[in-house]
Design a protein around this ligand. Structure first.
Ligand code: RB5
Length: 153
């Protein structure tokens, strides 16, 4: 399992904590975020991690900024990305089971590191259930690819 991790200046400490936590589980973690607390534009990290996931250079991605919002919005602009910002482990788990998320995001100003670890655990331990959920995820892809949704007509 290979994971890309990205962050902005607000989330440097949490990035190191989560990277270490994942590595202790035997996961290879590629850090593409900033390692400095100098102001850093979160779309850069969101884009880099998203591209690596979309190109299958890594299996999954983790993104952290102040709220997790900006960095996940940026990632979601890359084709094939389903990034979800979570503040609780339940949403993280269901986002994988039902929505087949391939990037998880959270906010270093919103949650503590222990909650972040629980989120990552629930997310990684879950798997996509397919079935009716696959149809809905396919609709999301249809919107992404065609800017249209036949089922909504
Ligand atoms: C940086 O101040 C902050 O805007 C950023 O970390 C993030 O919260 C954006 O969504």
């Amino acid at each position: 399992m290979k994971i890309a991790i990205g962050n902005d200046h607000v989330a440097v400490d949490m990035k190191w904590e989560i990277k270490k936590y994942l590595e202790e589980k035997g996961i290879e973690v590629i850090n593409v975020g900033t390692d400095s607390t100098e102001r850093f534009d979160y779309p850069i990290s969101g884009y880099k991690v998203a591209k690596m996931v979309a190109n299958k250079e890594v299996d999954l991605g983790v993104l952290i900024c102040g709220t997790g919002v900006g960095i996940s919005l940026a990632a979601n602009k890359v084709k094939g990305i389903r990034a979800c910002v979570c503040s609780d482990p339940y949403t993280a788990k269901l986002s994988r089971q039902h929505n087949n998320t391939n990037i998880i995001a959270f906010g270093a100003r919103v949650i503590g590191v222990e909650t972040a670890k629980m989120i990552v655990d629930e997310w990684l331990n879950a798997s996509f259930e397919g079935g009716r959920h696959a149809n809905r995820v396919a609709m999301i892809t249809e919107i992404e690819e065609t800017q249209n949704l036949e089922a909504a007509k």
